[in-house]
Design a protein around this ligand. Structure first.
Ligand SMILES: [Zn+2]
Length: 314
C-alpha cells in the first residue's frame, strides 16, 4: 500500500468520524396549497396530488355552484395558494373573478403556472351558437355550453389529466409519483363506469325531468332521458304557466322521476309529483352535496343507487 493511499484512507475515516449526525428525522415536506372552486375538483386534486398537496374548495357541494358568496376568507385562501383550479365555462363568473381580484396573487391568475382550467380538452354539450356575452346579458347562465361536465366520470378522467399537468408543472420532481396516481385514478374510473353502466342498464331510456339543466353529461353516459326542466331556462325560476306545460309533458311521456338538487326549493317538484304520481329524487350534483358523498366515485355510487331505487319504485 503506498503512502498516498494510506493517507487517503486515514483522511476518509477522519472525515466519516467528524461527520455531524443528520437531524433526527427528515423535515416535513412543504405541501402545495391547492384551492379549487368546486369540491369535485378538490376531490380529484386529492387523488392526483396525494401526500404532496393540501386542498381547499371554495364552494361546497350543497351550494349552487352558479351563485357563491365571494367571502373575504376565500380571498385569503387564494392569496396563499400555489394553485387554483376552476371548472370554467362561465360557471363561476359571478364569484371567481372578484375573489381573484381581491387575492392579488399573480401566481394563480389565468395564464400563470399555478392556474388550471379543468374544462381544457373536455368535449362539451349544448354549446350555443349565439354570442356568449349577449346570451349572458339575456340571463342565460350556460352561455359557453353546459358547464356541469364533471357529472360524467369519463370526462372526470380529462379533469384529472388537467390537474396532473398543473401539479407536475409546479412539482417537476414529483412527476412520476403524480403520474402513478393519475393512472390509478383512471383505472378505478374505468372499472367503476363499467359497473355503473350495468347497474342502470335495465332502466335505459327512462324519461325523467330535472329542476336545473345540470345533468346532460350524466344523462348521456348513463342512458336516461331528461325530457323537461322545472326551470324554464337555466337560472330562471319556474312560473305557474311553465309548470302546467311540464305537467303536460310528464303525463305524455310517462315521467315517474323528478331529479332535484339539495339547494333548490322542493316546492315545485312536489307540486308536479302530486299532479303526476312521480317521485322526487334528490341527487348529488357535486361531491359534498350529502355527507356520504366524499370522493369523486362516491358521487356516482350515490346518484346511481338513488336513481335505480327510484326507477324500481322503492
Ligand atoms: Zn347550471
Amino acid at each position: 500500500m503506498t503512502g498516498r493511499v494510506v493517507l487517503t484512507i486515514v483522511l476518509g475515516i477522519l472525515f466519516l468520524v467528524d461527520a455531524r449526525p443528520l437531524p433526527a428525522g427528515p423535515e416535513p415536506a412543504k405541501k402545495l396549497r391547492v384551492v379549487t372552486s368546486l369540491q369535485d375538483l378538490a376531490a380529484i386534486a386529492r387523488e392526483i396530488g396525494g401526500e404532496y398537496v393540501e386542498v381547499f374548495s371554495i364552494a361546497k357541494g350543497y351550494q349552487d355552484p352558479h351563485f357563491v358568496d365571494p367571502k373575504p376568507s376565500f380571498m385569503i385562501k387564494l392569496q396563499k395558494a400555489d394553485m387554483f383550479i376552476k371548472a370554467g365555462l362561465g360557471l363561476e363568473i359571478g364569484w371567481v373573478p372578484p375573489l381573484l381580484d381581491g387575492a392579488r396573487n399573480p401566481n394563480i391568475l389565468p395564464g400563470s403556472r399555478g392556474y388550471v382550467d379543468a374544462s381544457k380538452n373536455v368535449p362539451l354539450l349544448e354549446v350555443p351558437t349565439g354570442d356568449p356575452a349577449t346570451l349572458r346579458a339575456q340571463g342565460d347562465i350556460h352561455p359557453y355550453g353546459n358547464p356541469h361536465y364533471w357529472l360524467d366520470p369519463l370526462r372526470g378522467k380529462i379533469i384529472a389529466e388537467n390537474i396532473f399537468e398543473g401539479l407536475a408543472r409546479l412539482m417537476p420532481g414529483k412527476k412520476e409519483a403524480l403520474r402513478r396516481n393519475l393512472d390509478r385514478f383512471k383505472k378505478t374510473i374505468d372499472a367503476k363506469v363499467a359497473r355503473w353502466v350495468k347497474m342502470i342498464a335495465p332502466y335505459k331510456g327512462r324519461n325523467v325531468i330535472a329542476f336545473h339543466n345540470s345533468w346532460p353529461y350524466f344523462e348521456q353516459r348513463f342512458g336516461i332521458n331528461i325530457v323537461a326542466f322545472i326551470e324554464p331556462k337555466p337560472g330562471i325560476p319556474p312560473t305557474p304557466k311553465h309548470l302546467v306545460k311540464v305537467i303536460h309533458v310528464m303525463k305524455e311521456r310517462h315521467v315517474k322521476v323528478i331529479i332535484i338538487s339539495p339547494y333548490f326549493s322542493k316546492k315545485s317538484a312536489e307540486l308536479l309529483a302530486s299532479k303526476t304520481g312521480a317521485s322526487v329524487v334528490e341527487l348529488a350534483p357535486s361531491v359534498g352535496a350529502f355527507p356520504e358523498v366524499q370522493t369523486y366515485t362516491d358521487l356516482f355510487d350515490f346518484n346511481l343507487s338513488r336513481l335505480v331505487k327510484a326507477f324500481r319504485g322503492g
